[in-house]
Design a protein around this ligand. Structure first.
Ligand SMILES: Cc1ncc(COP(=O)(O)O)c(C=O)c1O
Length: 381
């Protein structure tokens, strides 16, 4: 038997309370019992998204469904949108927007760069007929955190332009003040900070986004936001929901309310800092730039002379610790340690220990124990 540790930025570990809630006998979704579940999920997600002004809609889909829903519900074919990205997931919003025939302008940055809000301001000034700005808050492929608060302040001045934020690995890991920061559409997925298995996605829809919905003519059916809103008035869903996942969500929300959203974000910041300090003490170089590091995932360069793919497989197969490798151009060149959701101090210590042991086995020269020591100093501070 080998004990397993899941240290990836999604799927993430699921607390036993949530697993047990999902194992309850099935209930029918058109019942008062399930209406209570819907009510608790929606009010809990409003708490997590820090919104009172926006509606929160829940879909049985992965996060990409929520991304696609934001495009089909806010725009018409030919609408001008600005997609800003610095990684693989941000680029997906470009692909979805193009698939639906939007007039897409791309602000593309390197994976180690932060999106510059000044570039967005300049673009909107030159193109005031832009209907949407689309950005990723926490870019999972690169670990970069973009300043969506600053972007919100810019887009708020344009009455006919909505700000769409992919916060799929932001929510529950970094601060995301939907109302205060003027974020019109914010999305997340269940397998991230919400501490659930994959299969649910949620979006917030601001009054400005509902205005965009009213003029939108793109085809939609399963992801038609109005269908979800109308059903929410009766605490239900338009289609058969992912019943067990929503029962699990009600439970994970209970845990999140108990801890408190500010404390959750502080815990994530502390774990991310311990991971960064631990890796640096081993002589490893952080991938994300100092001015934009998120709390969800820590990407680190694989040191010279070490095979990145072997490192990931050794950690998993010999030591039971699953981390993620790099994507696209960074496959085999970086590793990504996830600490998003149900994580505590000793998950980080365990992972750094497995990293140290694997690096030793691969012939990398460093002071054994130095990573753990540096992480402990952060965690005890
Ligand atoms: C930032 C970000 N956006 C979008 C996605 C896509 O979500 P899904 O794989 O649930 O469709 C992910 C998944 O990892 C993500 O991290």
């Amino acid at each position: 038997m080998q004990k397993k540790y899941l240290m990836t930025p999604g799927p993430t570990p699921v607390p036993s309370e949530v697993l047990l809630a999902q194992a309850r006998p099935m209930i029918h979704h058109r019942t008062p019992d399930f209406n209570n579940v819907v009510r608790e999920c929606v009010s809990g997600l409003k708490y997590v998204f820090q919104t009172e002004l926006s509606d929160v809609l829940i879909f049985a889909s992965s996060g990409t469904g929520a991304m696609e829903s934001s495009v089909v519900n806010c725009f018409c074919a030919g609408d001008k949108v600005l997609v800003c990205y610095n990684g693989k997931f941000g680029q997906r919003m470009q692909l979805i927007s193009e698939a639906y025939g939007l007039d897409v302008t791309v602000l593309e940055y390197g994976w180690q760069q932060v999106v510059d809000p000044a570039d967005i301001a300049a673009h909107l000034k030159a193109n005031p007929d832009t209907r949407g700005v689309i950005i990723t808050q926490s870019e999972t492929s690169s670990g970069v955190l973009n300043d969506v608060k600053a972007v919100g302040a810019i887009v708020a001045d344009y009455n006919d332009c909505v700000l769409i934020v992919d916060s799929i690995t932001g929510i529950g890991a970094v601060d995301c003040k939907t109302d205060e920061w003027h974020l019109d559409v914010v999305m997340t997925g269940s397998q991230k900070g919400l501490m659930l298995p994959p299969g649910l996605a949620a979006v917030t829809v601001s009054p400005k986004a509902w205005k965009a919905y009213e003029r939108s003519t793109l085809p939609k059916f399963y992801f038609d936001w109005k269908k979800y809103l109308k059903n929410l008035e009766k605490d239900t869903t338009p289609f058969t929901p992912a019943v067990s996942l929503m029962i699990g969500l009600a439970e994970s929300i209970k845990l999140m309310r108990e801890e408190g959203i500010e404390n959750i974000i502080t815990r994530h910041a502390r774990l991310a800092e311990a991971t960064r300090k631990g890796c640096e003490a081993l002589g490893l170089e952080l991938f994300a730039p100092a001015e934009g590091r998120g709390n969800a995932v820590t990407p680190v360069w694989v040191p010279e002379g070490v095979d990145g793919k072997k490192l990931v497989s050794l950690m998993k197969n010999k030591h039971g610790v699953t981390i993620a490798g790099g994507q696209d151009d960074y496959t085999g060149r970086i590793i990504r340690i996830g600490h998003l959701g149900y994580f505590g101090d000793f998950d980080i210590i365990t992972t750094l220990a497995a990293l140290e042991m694997s690096l030793m086995e691969l012939g990398y020269d460093f002071e054994p124990g130095s990573g753990i020591k540096a992480a402990e100093a952060v965690l005890m501070g």
